[in-house]
Ligand binder design. Structure first.
Ligand SMILES: [Fe+2]
Length: 183
């Protein structure tokens, strides 16, 4: 993997995304790196996972289905939910080898367990980056090291959003919710 912030990696990511999406992933990467020390995460891994997390976000459904064949009914009915697993494949193709970075990319859509700080950080940073204009309450939680609390709120908010739009909730997300109740 090229080193953090390498121009070559940035150019490669920029080339694959719309300007708006590229600006979003940069904000996620920078936010995740900035708060990483406060939540006990390696800043370099946080930056890479942020930069690479949405590599598959703008692909058409047929590409998502090819890169990440569906494994359940929700994935078959709603291919955009595959962009985490498909993004992991694309990140591997760009040379990313770190298993935590790859798992954080895969988990940023459906959620990760409460025992995985890097994955929780990317999930929260994706929702809380300043360009979103909402979820502002999550930033001070991250900055003060309260990652689990921020993550709990982020998961509940994403589920409420999906339910309000009639989008089915992924079985992995239901598992994550149960794990958070027990955490
Ligand atoms: Fe994102």
């Amino acid at each position: 993997m090229k080193s953090t912030g390498s121009t070559a990696l940035l150019d490669e990511v920029r080339r694959r995304l719309s300007p708006e999406r590229f600006a979003h992933v940069l904000r996620v990467a920078e936010l995740a790196r900035a708060v990483a020390p406060a939540v006990g995460v390696d800043p370099d891994k946080a930056y890479r996972a942020g930069l690479l997390h949405d590599l598959a976000k703008e692909l058409p459904d047929r590409e998502l289905l090819r890169l990440a064949p569906p494994e359940n009914e929700v994935e078959r009915a709603h291919p955009p939910v595959l962009h985490g697993r498909a993004g992991r494949k694309l990140a591997e193709g760009l040379g990313e080898r770190d298993p935590e970075v790859l798992a954080a990319i895969e988990g940023h859509v459906v959620g990760v367990g409460p025992d995985f700080p890097l994955g929780m950080l990317i999930y929260v940073a994706d929702l809380a980056e300043p360009g979103r204009g909402f979820n502002r309450d999550l930033l001070p939680l991250l900055e003060s090291g309260r990652l689990l609390e921020a993550y709990r709120r982020a998961v509940e908010r994403k589920v409420a959003y999906l339910e309000s739009r009639g989008i089915p909730v992924h079985p992995r997300t239901r598992e994550v919710q149960r794990a958070l109740e027990a955490a």
